[in-house]
Ligand binder design. Structure first.
Ligand code: GLY
Length: 565
């Protein structure tokens, strides 16, 4: 009976989401007066709204959504990964929380190189050695301790029920699981829930009893329910039998850390974003400063001029990222200098309006794409105006593919976000150097860019997306789509996106979404062009003039839904 109820509930949520699309002005997202949640999964968004309705604040809802995504969206939602939270309270207090994974104590700089110092194929991407010490559970406990209002136990309840009652797969979810079938079997010869069928289909119903038990341990014991006892032993047991190096000591030592937020002005807005160990905030602020210095208000959205300037800014910003960025607990990062407007004016002075600059000072290797750019983001605003922007990840789809069978969850492959050798690109084609070299207990550099925008003294926008290295440029474009190109939140989310990142030296655009004449003009300027199926899957909220909220999830590129009340 509960299973049928759950299936009907899932259907209802999808119908609500579809109805919103049909009956509302198609250019606007979901309009809500009291609170909004935009996430990659309808059940997670609904759980977030339910918590808000019960009197929880945005941070309570955030904790509930994070755990709900760990059940309903296992490709990226997680308890075996990590992430970052950007916070702005209704009082205007801003804060950021780092729950990024860490390198295990036994990790070392050359752990992915052979005896000839050459990278061993896929070792940092797949299997037990690719796993960093997870941070998500510590992150949610720490977030709740400082900002939560409802009891922690209440916030875990919906995810536990979801795991027990099960989730109905969408077509996209079934296809994604099928795509990884062979890898799942290779990494988990003992089998687990996703290997019980050869082909999953839309409408299949999956329950997660082991995950429900783990969530109950977390509900009862907080962080100790994950980092000690049965769950920790399950992780370490999995490591031992698969050749991984995470120990009980690694898990016990893990702490989430409050970091000073990055804050800078852009036109009449203040941008609040994530500092190291994410490169996202620094890169975003550099890009916005360059855009403010050099753009022309007459330029149209996705015109040759605007794409050319974005690309030239991105080329220089991603080169800075590769050189300077890493975990600030381990390396000195000249953040003040990198964000200084005179520095940036000089940095961008070599940009020509006529032709593309050549990035190929360092030749990057060809990137073999064995992963999609996975991660997930959610944005929440409550009725008091408290705002939360969380990007969380296992890194690749289903992370390392290592599934802790007793605990019922996937572990990340975040170690690939370190620079495993200077100049060798990771799965996103990003190169790095010494600043992001592996060291025990160091956090690997991220591109995640959860961001909150103020207009004057007021909350204006909450933004973020998955997408590996394309996260920074997707957030950059989405902000500009609203601030400079006059779009609604939904239009900004839907708009075609492009990406470039210094190396590989090319502009990637969404196939079939760009004007041919613009592509030809960019080519004539010396840009190399490449296409992909999609870039970014934004989940955002915009505060409108009348105080209502426009939640916008990317219905064109995902199953995500923005809900509100
Ligand atoms: N794993 C993707 C990122 O942190 O950038």
């Amino acid at each position: 009976m509960r299973v049928i109820t759950n299936i009907l509930f899932s259907l209802l949520i999808f119908l609500v989401a579809c109805k919103q699309e049909v009956t509302k002005d198609v250019e606007r997202g979901t309009i809500a007066m009291n609170g909004a949640v935009s996430s990659a999964h309808p059940l997670a968004s609904q759980i977030g709204v339910d918590i808000l309705r019960k009197g929880g604040n945005a941070y309570d809802a955030g904790v509930a959504v994070q755990f709900a995504l760990a059940v309903a969206y296992p490709r990226a939602g997680n308890i075996g990964g990590g992430g970052f939270a950007v916070i702005r309270t209704s009082e205007g207090e801003v804060n950021t929380l780092d729950f990024r994974e860490k390198a295990p104590l036994a990790a070392h700089e050359k752990m992915y190189l052979d005896e000839k110092d050459q990278p061993i194929k896929n070792l940092s991407v797949k299997g037990h050695l690719a796993v960093g010490v997870p941070g998500s559970v510590a992150g949610m406990v720490t977030l709740h301790e400082k900002y939560g209002r409802l009891p922690f136990k209440v916030l875990l309840k919906p995810a536990i029920e979801l795991a027990e009652n099960g989730v109905v797969l969408t077509d996209a979810e079934a296809k994604t699981i099928n795509r990884y079938h062979d890898l799942f079997r290779e990494v988990n010869p003992q089998g687990f829930v996703f290997t019980t069928k050869d082909v999953w289909e839309q409408g299949d119903h999956v329950t997660y009893p082991a995950l429900a038990k783990t969530l109950k341990l977390i509900q009862e014991n907080g962080r100790d329910g994950f980092y000690k006892g049965k769950t920790a032993e399950g992780i370490v047991g999995e490591m031992k039998q698969g050749g991984g190096i995470i120990t009980l000591e690694d898990l016990e030592k893990y702490e989430a850390v409050w970091r000073k937020p990055l804050k800078s002005s852009f036109r009449v807005y203040n941008i609040i974003s994530m500092g190291p160990p994410s490169s996202g905030g620094v890169a975003l602020l550099q890009l916005l400063e360059g855009w403010e210095q050099l753009s022309n208000p007459k330029w149209k959205h996705n015109s040759t001029e605007s794409i050319h300037l974005m690309t030239e800014l991105e080329r220089r910003v991603y080169a800075d990222r590769a050189t300077f960025m890493g975990d600030a607990d381990f390396v000195d990062i000249p953040i003040t200098h990198l964000l200084d407007s005179s520095y940036l004016e000089n940095r961008f002075a070599s940009i020509s309006n006529e032709k593309a600059t050549d990035s190929q000072i360092i030749k990057a290797g060809e990137v073999e794409r064995i992963e999609s750019y996975e991660t997930t983001h959610f944005s929440i605003v409550d009725k008091e105006g408290n705002a939360l922007s969380i990007t969380t990840t296992l890194n690749g789809n289903f992370g390392s593919k290592v599934f802790v069978k007793e605990g019922g969850f996937f572990l990340n492959n975040e170690m690939d976000d370190f620079s495993i050798k200077p100049g060798v690109p990771n799965q996103f084609g990003l190169v790095g150097g010494k600043a992001n070299a592996i060291s025990p207990e160091k956090r690997m550099l991220s591109s995640m860019t959860p961001t909150i925008v103020e207009k004057g003294d007021d909350l204006f926008m909450v933004v973020g997306t998955p997408g590996g290295s394309t996260i920074i440029t997707s957030v950059f474009q989405t902000i500009l789509n609203v601030t400079d190109f006059g779009m609604t939140m939904q239009e900004a989310v839907n708009a075609p996106k492009l990406h470039s990142q210094w190396l590989p030296d090319k502009i990637v655009y969404e196939k079939g979404k760009m004007k041919r004449v613009v592509l030809d003009e960019l080519k004539a300027m010396g840009h190399v062009l490449d296409s992909t199926t999609q870039i970014g899957r934004m989940d955002c909220i915009l505060r409108l003039e009348d105080g209502s909220l426009e939640g916008a999830s990317d219905r064109t590129r995902s199953d995500g839904v923005a809900l509100g009340y």
